[in-house]
Design a protein around this ligand. Sequence first.
Ligand code: FEO
Ligand code: CA
Ligand code: CA
Ligand code: CA
Length: 630
Amino acid sequence: MTRIPPIKIPADAWDELNFPRPEESEFDRVVERAISRRGFLGGVVAFGSGAVAMSAGLLPGGTAEAAAPQSRFPFTPIATQTDYAFHVPEGYKARVLVSWGDPLYDGVAEFNHETGGSVEESDKVFGENTDGMETFEIGGHQILAVNNEYVNSDINLPHTEDGVPQSAADVLKLQNLQGVTVVEIAEGADGWSVVRSSPFNRRLHHNAPMAISGPAAGHPLMKTEADPDGRAVLGTLGNCGAGKTPWGTYLTCEENFNGYFGATEETSYSDDVAAGYERYGMAAESQYGYEKFDPRFDTSKTPNEPHRFGWVVEIDPTDPGSTPVKRTALGRFKHENAEVTLAPDGRVVVYLGDDERGEFLYRFVSTHPYVTGGDTDGLLDDGTLYVAKFNDDQTGEWLALTPETTGMEPADILIFARMAGSKVGATTMDRPEWVAVNPYAVEAYCCLTNNKNRGVKANAGGDATPVGGPNPREANKYGQIVRWYPDGDDHAADTFRWDLFVMAGNPEVHSDAYAGSSNINSGNLFNSPDGMAFDTSGLVWIQTDGEDSNEGDFAGMGNNQQLAGDPATGEIVRFLTGPRGGEITGLCWSADRRTMFVGVQHPGGSWPAEEGLPRSSIMAIKRDDNGLVG
Ligand code: FEO
Ligand code: CA
Ligand code: CA
Ligand code: CA
């Protein structure tokens, strides 16, 4: 069994390190294939409300015209940066709202740069590495629910070698600093801050009690010795993107759960368990070594425990006494975010990405409609899960995952959603990250962040990853954003049309399809779109989690950043840049829309301070004139 080093890198990158794919194919071949797609790309302009955007959007090579008009954007775009700072446009200011390790309660010690904080207080402070988040308002209180996706074990366990836990206490500290933080925030004369000891403050870490509901609850694969009913689980983990329901609950999405489990003994698993382990990337040794001190994460002792993660969890941040619920009807995979919208008849539609090379894009449609003020408890438990199939002719369909279409039992379809998707021939995607629904047009967008395996290697289920459709570039290193228009203006419809909103690229370095679409220009270079959300003015905000070397293929792209896009014209401009080494992820607004909250995950240097440990933080961004910021 090879020793897997502890995590010192973002969770997505850990998967890549430990499940290495072949290097991208020989350069000339890549270029040749990309160019051969140009005819196809030029043809994407032909239809729909996206026609204007696509004529700007999909002809390789940037043009000055595409960059010129910026009147749609209420700020002056900024240049790329490579420093350890956070930059916003003139007329805006960004301040730290909260950082990893900040106390949530009175009497808890301030952050300690030597130790990263004590074990005893690790469940009473703001967690590490923020990701998806949403704000909620109740009785004049503003509550922020934030994911804490993973930890840097080396800086949290400075007494260890490379952050490898030496004791159950070390493991507990790491477990406490992840999951979800719910915290009340308030704006005062000095800006926004945490309301310490607010009754709303809460940490939902790796040992917090949760319920399991929906069709997979109680299934034999969900049962463990500690939970013989298969309906109660401890913890939520790998919390990546998020979502918000119309009835005011928070959805946290469990992504890279596989990395938390290992096996201390060689074990022979039943066929279905073993097949699932393979498809979901389970390894013999985990990221953090939990399994050596906590048998729940040791699959040689509790082989079903991994089946209890990889779900979307519903949390009521306004009720600190409520028990979070894992909604199994939304399927089990490496969830990115959960974008909720309503069909014209009131049924709840949730778009869901599975962030892994060559995995799928999903949609859940509830059986029953949402009625304002009605009972919402079962809405996300009863419905149908679908996977997307994109055709090269720019049509597409949602394929229902049912016993009839998959030959699988209802609970198995959900627990092993990836296998169900393979059975119906879903389109293998370039790593679906956040989905965002336009509030002013019946259309949805999904960031396809990158995929070095495109056209090179099948996915873990053996499904081919052909170049084409919304994944048009071999060994895709830059990423793109696909957009679809549901037929009949109904997000519950089973068919749609699609186009690409943007293909990221580098026209300074490439003259083929790697130059990107023509709404990419020297003023807005970026790679690896990831987080995404619409604001109330109809702009779509795009956050990046990419290569920030600023060299070679990535020259001129600088640090990770947040851009704003105009859905009508395809124009994209840069709004902010983050500190070197970090990604920008997590975006929401105060109730009055005069503050934009943006997360910085795994920053480099000693950001946001001059010295000390780098601390993942949430920034509060305001206009100097206190105007609306989206
Ligand atoms: Fe946690 Fe796919 O980002
Ligand atoms: Ca990340
Ligand atoms: Ca992400
Ligand atoms: Ca990412």
